[in-house]
Design a protein around this ligand. Structure first.
Ligand code: FAD
Length: 504
């Protein structure tokens, strides 16, 4: 028996998911496997997906990507968090910044002392205790300085904004350099083994030209259509629109304006929300909305009315159904990207889900065939990640006090998943946050959104009151003061880019 049976990997689709998978697998698997990627220029890519979360730095490190080159080639910018406007109530504004808030010192988490002082009217807004939030508000950026230990400057957590098409092109070059072969063409159908072991396995995809591309492991990155995972294998889709009812988006770039903000902005509108993603050469915008509550024309008018630069194209419509595939890995097909499911981009999590699917595929990589125990565990983990992120996004919609629009009232009235109900109840009682094992969003992420959407604990943790009140005031004040001083020495975001990673 040959030592390694699995030789041929076929990636179907060359959007962000396809090229991320190709670049990562060609790096990790070296040249011991044949990796081919089939894509169709005629079909093209979804072309949105331009804001990320800090985990992407880990992906870039594994691939050996140089940050400055990467941002130059993708016209990218830095991201320290997301500003939410009009979410709790019209006129509200809060930051969900990356990294920590405050500095733990005594028995219970920092925010418990903050809850105590806030109730006494003696605390500043939460964001005053976080370097990424204060730097965002001042439009400043610099990478962390681990050489200054115990300083907030050593702890600057960030992600990127980039142009999705340039990102796919950048990764393609990298993957091709590492041996991936790209095949241009439109796939018409797939064929199955039909006999012997694993008769349900796909053995080839067939192109319009008649060319057969054979493989043993197929990675379905074909976007919403789920060419293999759904159209061929009929895996099924779990629909979550009763919790996340937005079903359409209009995407539209506009000219960049100054200042170049180091954060994404999400502005809630009457029946959805609008993203704003600052890049070097343009600003990406889009309106995500619920077609039951607003017409396409009204949605387009709302988007146009809230651009802060001259439009560079007409609005481009995209339709989707929030939810996930019943199985992300089925037979010998692993779905990655939009083929695996869709959670709206409110917290920029889709590209992260691509990264985490690739990581999991590496963790459960098959050798002499496909083991049901591995596939089941892969599917359980994928579901866990999807559901935890889903709940976090539902939180933004559900905890609102907007009485100006039926969409928001429907969101406030809807029933929510039990795990989220428990999280909210726990926070309401004593401000405690339960983080499920390995869940993507940390306690600090949940805290900022709960607090930003005006959810208030009835009481703080009892042990927060053991500390002398004036000592607590002084401590919080010192944290705030140090952060303000650190932000003062950070360069302007646009200036940092001009000096290190500006596109020519
Ligand atoms: P696609 O880009 O659609 O690529 C599909 C590929 O399959 C293409 O190459 C196509 O040519 C190929 N293909 C399809 N059918 C065939 C065929 N028959 N033959 C040959 N080739 C075929 N994510 C984030 O992380 N941050 C964000 O800010 C964000 N914003 C978003 C906003 C919106 C409105 C939407 C809808 C999504 C957003 N996402 C975001 C998600 C993100 O866009 C996707 O996760 C990402 O682009 C991956 O897409 P994909 O590669 O799976 O699919």
């Amino acid at each position: 028996m040959p030592e390694q049976l699995l030789q041929d990997i076929v990636i179907v689709g060359g959007g962000t998911a396809g090229w991320m998978a190709a670049a990562a697998l060609s790096t990790v698997l070296r040249d011991r496997y044949r990796i081919r990627l089939v894509e169709s220029d005629e079909i093209g890519i979804v072309g949105v997906g331009e804001a990320t979360i800090p985990m992407i730095q880990r992906f870039n490190r594994v691939l050996g990507i140089d940050e400055n080159e990467f941002l130059r080639e993708t016209q990218g910018s830095f991201k320290l968090g997301i500003e939410f406007v009009n979410w709790g109530r019209v006129g509200d504004r809060y930051m969900h910044g990356f990294g920590r808030v405050g500095q733990d010192l005594w028995t219970v988490p920092f925010e418990q002392y903050w809850h105590r002082l806030r109730a006494l009217g003696k605390a500043a807004p939460l964001e005053a205790y976080s370097i990424t939030r204060m730097a965002s508000l001042a439009n400043r950026f610099m990478p962390a300085r681990p050489d200054i230990p115990n300083s907030p400057l050593a702890d600057i957590n960030y992600a990127y904004h980039f142009d999705a098409s340039l990102y796919a092109r950048y990764l393609r070059r990298l993957a091709e350099q590492r041996g991936v072969v790209r095949i241009e063409g439109k796939i018409t159908h797939a064929t199955r083994r039909g006999e012997g072991a694993n008769p349900g396995h796909i053995d080839a995809v067939v192109l319009e030209s008649g060319q057969r591309v054979e493989g043993e492991l197929f990675i379905d990155c074909s976007g919403f259509r789920g060419l293999l995972i759904e159209q061929e294998l009929k895996t099924g889709y779990e629909d979550w629109t009763h919790w996340l009812p937005c079903d359409r988006a209009l995407a539209m770039p506009c000219e960049s304006v100054s200042p170049l903000t180091p954060y994404t902005r999400s502005t809630a509108h009457r029946a959805g929300w609008q993203w704003r993603i600052p890049l070097q050469h343009r600003t990406g915008n889009g309106h995500v909305y619920c077609s039951r509550f607003i017409s396409d024309d009204e949605a387009a008018a709302t988007l146009l009315a809230h651009l802060d630069g001259k439009p560079l194209a007409d609005p481009r419509p995209i339709r989707f159904t929030t939810g996930m595939r019943r199985k992300i890995w089925n037979e010998n097909v692993v779905a990655v990207g939009l083929a695996s499911g869709f959670l709206e981009p409110l917290e920029s999590t889709s590209i992260h889900l691509i990264q985490s699917a690739i990581q999991q595929l590496i963790d459960f990589f098959p050798d002499r065939g496909f083991d049901a125990a591995d596939i089941d565990e892969f599917n359980r983990n994928s579901r866990f990640h999807y559901e935890r992120i889903r709940d976090f996004i539902i939180l933004h919609y559900h905890v609102n006090q907007r009485d100006d629009a039926p969409f928001w009232q429907a969101c406030a009235d809807m029933s929510i998943p039990a795990a989220l109900q428990e999280k909210i109840a726990l926070f309401k009682s004593h401000g405690r946050i339960q983080r499920f094992n390995n869940e993507l969003f940390t306690e600090v992420g949940w805290l900022q959104v709960m607090e930003g959407q005006n959810l208030r604990p009835q009481r703080h943790h009892p042990l927060a009151a053991l500390q002398d009140e004036q000592a607590t005031v002084d401590y919080l004040e010192s944290v705030r003061d140090v952060i303000a001083k650190c932000v003062d020495v950070m360069p302007d975001h646009a200036q940092y880019i001009a000096e290190h990673c500006a596109a020519p």
